[in-house]
Design a binder for this molecule. Structure first.
Ligand SMILES: *Cc1c(COP(=O)(O)O)cnc(C)c1O
Length: 240
């Protein structure tokens, strides 16, 4: 068994325990493997171990991997699904629209409009989450909760995007309950949008260090890097 295969197995058990603790079905929480800084070989190993969905922070790096892995034999099963989870500058939206299946970190209408305009006609609509800033962290991207409804309405009307849900990355805090309380704020916003009729099915939250708290608060997708691929050696600090 490769290290990545073993990590994935351990992680699936961890998610299963978190679901059981929270009284939720295991099928309610999906795993996005965050492959940033790791090469195509690591993605192939995870794929061979049954993982299908991968997340990338840095557009250029992600696109290179998507292209390198495009020729993977169909006999290996369903195609990979690629999520962009990092902040994107206006001049990179075309690359995202042309190569990714999902864009999880939309927090401005201008970016959403460009993605919709630039999504190629022969591809399905780009699946989108709005990133919401639940704790007011000054350095973090994400729309403020009081501006969320207007942004969600505007995005829902764009023809080449499909609004699927919310994503959040709270500042790290110590302790399960403090973590859960932050995630619950995102859950509340998610429920409110669905009360307004948005029909969202994706609440993307929880990472290697806090996924239990996120699952307890209702996460439907945990985004996990280090617990799948190991620690990142040369941490890239600025988006490309
Ligand atoms: C890197 C990253 C992750 C994964 O973080 P780990 O701590 O490695 O699990 C999840 N979401 C986003 C947006 C990230 O940038």
């Amino acid at each position: 068994m490769t290290t990545i295969e073993g990590n994935l197995q351990g992680l699936r058990e961890r998610i299963a325990r978190a679901c059981a603790q929270a009284g939720r079905e295991l099928s309610a929480v999906s795993l996005l493997a965050v492959s940033k800084t790791f090469g195509p070989d690591a993605v192939r190993q995870a794929q061979a171990a049954g993982q299908r969905s991968f997340g990338e922070n840095y557009v250029q790096e992600g696109v290179e991997k998507i292209l390198a892995l495009r020729e993977f034999p169909a006999s290996q099963g369903e195609p990979l699904v690629w999520h962009c989870i990092g902040p994107v500058q206006s001049n990179k939206t075309r690359l995202v629209a042309a190569h990714f299946d999902w864009m999880q970190s939309v927090d401005r209408l201008k970016i959403a409009q460009r993605l919709s305009e630039q999504r190629p006609e022969d591809m399905p609509p780009l699946q989108v989450c709005v990133q919401v800033n639940v704790d007011g962290g000054l350095t973090k991207s994400g729309v403020a909760p009081n501006a969320l409804l207007a942004l969600a309405e505007a995005i829902a009307s764009l023809p080449r995007l499909k609004l699927r849900g919310l994503m959040c990355i709270p500042e790290p805090v110590e302790g399960f309950e403090a973590q859960r309380d932050l995630f619950l704020q995102a859950r509340l916003l998610f429920d409110r949008l669905n009360d307004e009729g948005f029909g969202l099915d994706t609440l993307s939250m929880g990472m290697s260090d806090d996924l239990e708290a996120a699952v307890a608060a209702g996460s439907t997708m945990v985004r996990v890097g280090r617990a799948v691929f190991g620690s990142r050696a040369g941490k890239i600090t600025s988006p490309v």
